[in-house]
Design a protein around this ligand. Structure first.
Ligand code: FES
Length: 125
């Protein structure tokens, strides 16, 4: 087994698990928008060429199915739950747009994005 550092500063794992009607509710099942949320977030990353900084990936079940659709956000170590398509712009603004701004030539010398380490204790005071 090899280890390496994760090259991304922001990771969003969007649950796209889909179960059949009659089974336990799922984030991308009937009436749920997990797949569309994933596609919109990935489109933003692609349109803004953030592939080397941000990773938006589909994931399997986070075992929070009833609260879904769910997105696991790292390194903040939080879940976004009950996500709707109307939330996508807010998610982009909070978790993706800062990397576009940080990369712009005008701002690159003025703004440095913090890069908290995974597992680093949070200061909630
Ligand atoms: S199906 Fe998404 S958390 Fe279980």
């Amino acid at each position: 087994m090899d280890t390496s550092s994760i090259p991304y500063q922001q990771l969003l794992f969007v649950c796209t698990n889909s179960r059949a009607d009659g089974e336990r509710v799922s984030c991308a099942g009937k009436g749920r928008c997990g797949q569309q949320v994933l596609e919109r977030l990935k489109a933003y990353v692609s349109e803004h060429h953030l592939e080397e900084t941000v990773r938006v990936a589909k994931s399997g079940c986070h075992e929070k199915c009833e609260q879904g659709p769910n997105i696991a956000v790292m390194p903040q170590n939080i879940f976004l739950s009950g996500v709707t398509l109307d939330d996508v712009s807010s998610i982009i603004k909070t978790y993706l747009t800062p990397y576009v701004i940080a990369r712009s030539p005008r701002r690159s010398n003025l703004m440095r994005m913090p890069r908290p380490a995974f597992g680093e204790p949070r200061d909630d005071t």
